[in-house]
Design a protein around this ligand. Sequence first.
Ligand code: TPP
Ligand code: SF4
Ligand code: MG
Length: 279
Amino acid sequence: MADLKTNAEITWCPGCGNFGIFTAIRKAIPLLEEKGIKRENIVMTAGIGCHAKIFDYLNLSGIYGLHGRNCSNSEGIKVANPDLRVINFSGDANGLAEGLAHTMFAAKRNQDITFILHNNSVYALTTGQFSPLAEKGWKGPSTPRGSYEEPFNPISLMIEAGATFVARGFSGDIENLTNLIIEAVKHKGFAFIEVLQPAVPYHKWEEYREQVEYLEKEPKSYFEAIKAAKENHKFTIGIFYRTTKPVYHKELYGDHNPITNRLARDTRLDKIRKILESK
Ligand SMILES: Cc1ncc(C[n+]2csc(CCOP(=O)(O)OP(=O)(O)O)c2C)c(N)n1
Ligand code: SF4
Ligand SMILES: [Mg+2]
């Protein structure tokens, strides 16, 4: 676990929920290696925000991209080299505000990537604007009279968008979160984990600890999953949905890998010519 740390100074606030996510991912990676997933094949992307600093602290390769855009980087990496396992770290604003379309379309395409949403229900790095997951009535610097908007339900949203693995974890239960990460990375398809992650200037750990509950059992069908997502409250953790569907890169190329099995230029041009002639 220690060698997954870098020398970068950690600047998260003491008590930040991101520490739990950082620990869980460092526990999960050696366990994934035991299951045959090579570390050099695990890459990460991050957007911009407090959550994204994990990119500086975690000793993996990847792309540290623009705010809201890293899901596209994840898709690009996967489509370029399907042998890679991509872990996409996103804030709730990064992934469900500015990056919402990217997240929805990656789920719709069932891109074979793991999407970890650090849900602190706030734009933390930019000091407290309400986010798409902020509670109605939540007071912050941009909503001094309380937010007028209902938050998204990220679990039902992702199930409906097309994600094939959808779960919620809590950064205060590292063992459970480690298992969710392992299941998500092993899953073939778009695996989404919403992680409840207190940002301590804005929320108290007690609010979470008092309310976190565990989903009784994993729903067995799409409609059961939507029902569970709607009926349970936002502190219910567990796997809400898991199904098998073709993944995007297999639909695109079958078993071909354009990086490790690069075709000669003439062969590629010949293939394109044949596709155009068959029209
Ligand atoms: C293209 C672009 N838009 C906006 C910003 C400003 N910005 C940086 S972080 C951030 C919000 C971060 O919130 P979230 O994604 O929830 O991450 P957190 O800090 O809460 O972990 C914004 C709006 C930016 N850096 N780049
Ligand atoms: S502002 Fe919130 S999310 Fe950012 S480092 Fe501090 S506790 Fe963590
Ligand atoms: Mg946030």
